[in-house]
Design a protein around this ligand. Structure first.
Ligand code: FES
Length: 216
């Protein structure tokens, strides 16, 4: 049997689940005020020490999808944000939020249907997800130079296809935000660099072919 990687923290009304495979330790949970998550405590997460509303709100801050909450019947009742957004982070991954369908993502990672951190430096050993391999290795400040086409509607399913040895193809309504938070690009079809070498980041410019980028 493999090492346990998904941990369940039970509460009276709601349970919290943490998936170690996705966590990149951004700390939105640990920095949250209150007693829900306390580093060094055992158990680290205690859902009964916060209100139900706070448990939901704090878990939903998790940008990698590593945290989800489940009601006592085992259901995940979090709903997707009304707009699909992708933020090109400063020196780091793409942070996605919305109604996400990441092709070939394992069926036992429910969090990434709502929130995900995807590798854009090309170095992750956990592709398509970020594993912090970019640290000290990848330089891109997260500017976005193109505007796309204004969306007629927002939301709906956003399909993300990580192409073998190539970019992410996004299909569905999406707003791309620069690292500053500026809503920079809108549209419903785009290829985004995941080799880390495009000269027109975050967009793919075909450089993955010339550098011989391999995704596995
Ligand atoms: S994936 Fe990086 S240039 Fe295409």
């Amino acid at each position: 049997m493999g090492k346990k990687q998904v941990f369940l923290y039970r509460g009276a009304e709601i349970d919290v689940e943490w998936d170690e495979r996705l966590c990149i330790h951004i700390g939105e949970c640990g920095y949250a005020k209150g007693e829900l998550f306390v580093a060094g405590r055992d158990p680290w997460c205690q859902p009964d020490l916060s209100s139900l509303g706070d448990v939901k709100e704090i878990v939903e801050r998790c940008p990698s999808g590593a945290l989800v909450y489940r009601t006592k019947d085992g259901q995940i009742t979090e709903t997707a944000t009304s707009e699909n957004t992708l933020t090109v982070s400063y020196q780091g991954p793409y942070f996605l939020k919305g109604d996400l369908a990441i092709e070939k993502s394992p069926g036992d990672m429910p969090g990434v249907e709502l929130r995900a951190a995807l590798c854009r430096c090309g170095l992750s050993k956990n592709k398509p997800f970020c594993d912090n391999s970019h640290e000290g290795q990848f330089n891109d400040y997260g500017a976005v130079g193109e505007a796309g086409e204004p969306l007629k509607e927002t939301g709906g399913k956003l399909k993300i296809t990580p192409l073998k040895d190539g970019p992410f193809l996004l299909s569905g309504n999406v707003t791309i935000k620069a690292s500053s938070g500026r809503a920079a690009w809108q549209g419903n079809n785009v290829a985004l660099c995941r080799c880390g070498a495009s000269k027109n980041k975050p967009f793919c410019d075909g450089t993955h072919k010339t550098i011989g980028f391999k995704t596995d």
